[in-house]
Design a protein around this ligand. Structure first.
Ligand code: NAD
Length: 292
């Protein structure tokens, strides 16, 4: 090589090596996320994932005690400046408005909403009381509507677009035994996401859905009544249920809160800038397989 050219190449390689050593900017730096149901399970795992990418996070949940514990744990891990918590019931309009107002006061707005707060219930249709049906609709369907409506207003005013991620369920796509109220409410979340994706597109507000398969570990849902009812439906215990879900899946793997968090991260980050109205099943290949 001529001397100058060799020098140029060496110089370029040195510059490249320097760039490689420089810390990479975090992909959610400067973003503010509000995570409903952030006191534990999938919500807390998602909050941790966002924090690891430099976002500021507001955890919103109805369970004040669990919320406090999770906030303290995340603060220890990521620092006190980037995590806040607010007690909020997603079925109460004023509480929802107050949570978003808190995010504005603490961090200056909301760029990402993860609508995740939820319950699960199981009962044969003849034993599904109107109260149980309404509770599912109120927390899941109406709750997702209320938080999205608030986020939409705020994101439009901010004028910077935004990302809304719904944690729905594979049960919103496929029927599950003795869970008509839950499945119907989850299906309505998925259709609400499609409608909002269309409404928000012009303002750059993206709305996408993550559908978990059963996530038994780390989820409070799988500690109470739902566990008992599922165990009775399938005639097995918690370990047996986990094994059943794993064996049904194509990949023969259990789904963890961190797996759902990763999908929620994808839809929040700019790598998914051209995805809206989409559904991502995180199910180890369960939904698309015939029972085997
Ligand atoms: P979880 O019980 O650990 O977390 C849910 C959180 O929502 C709890 O902290 C709870 O206090 C909160 N919450 C409940 N009602 C609320 C209300 N009215 N207002 C505010 N917060 C409320 O369960 P998880 O597994 O982390 O569930 C998160 C979401 O994932 C839920 O929407 C659930 O339906 C969905 N999901 C879970 C599974 C699973 O197997 N774990 C599967 C599919 C979908």
């Amino acid at each position: 090589l001529p001397e100058q050219e060799a020098f140029d190449i060496e110089y370029w390689l040195l510059e490249e090596a320097k760039l490689q050593r420089m810390p990479k900017p975090k992909s959610l730096a400067g973003r503010i996320a509000l995570v409903t149901g952030g006191a534990g399970g999938i919500g807390a795992a998602t909050a941790a994932r966002y924090l690891s990418e430099g976002a500021c996070v507001v955890l919103a949940d109805v369970d004040a005690k669990a919320l406090e514990a999770t906030r303290a744990q995340l603060e220890k891990q990521f620092g006190g400046d980037v995590v806040r918590s607010v007690v909020m019931d997603v079925t109460r309009e004023e509480a929802v408005a107050q949570a978003f107002a808190a995010a504005s006061v603490e961090f200056g707005g909301t760029d990402i909403l993860v609508s995740n707060a939820g319950i699960a219930s199981s009962a044969p249709v003849e034993k599904t009381s109107l109260a149980l049906w309404n509770r599912n609709m109120e927390i899941l369907s109406t709750g997702y509507f209320l938080v999205s409506r608030e986020a939409f207003g705020l994101m439009r005013t901010q004028g910077l677009g935004g990302s809304i991620v719904f944690v729905a369920s594979k049960n919103g796509l496929a029927a599950s035994p003795n869970a008509s109220a839950y499945c119907t409410a989850k299906a309505s979340e998925i259709h609400l996401a499609r409608c909002l994706a269309l409404e928000g597109a012009e303002a750059g507000i993206r709305v996408n859905v993550v559908n978990p398969d059963a996530v038994l570990r780390g989820s409070k849902i799988w500690e109470g009544e739902w566990l008992e009812q599922r165990a009775a439906t399938y005639g097995t215990d918690k370990e047996g249920l986990e094994e059943m879900y794993r064996n049904r899946s194509m990949l023969k793997r259990s789904v963890l809160p961190e797996d759902i968090a990763e999908a929620c991260y994808f839809f929040a980050a700019d790598t998914s800038a051209k995805s809206t109205g989409n559904i991502l099943n995180v199910d180890a290949g369960n939904v698309q397989a015939f029972p085997r």
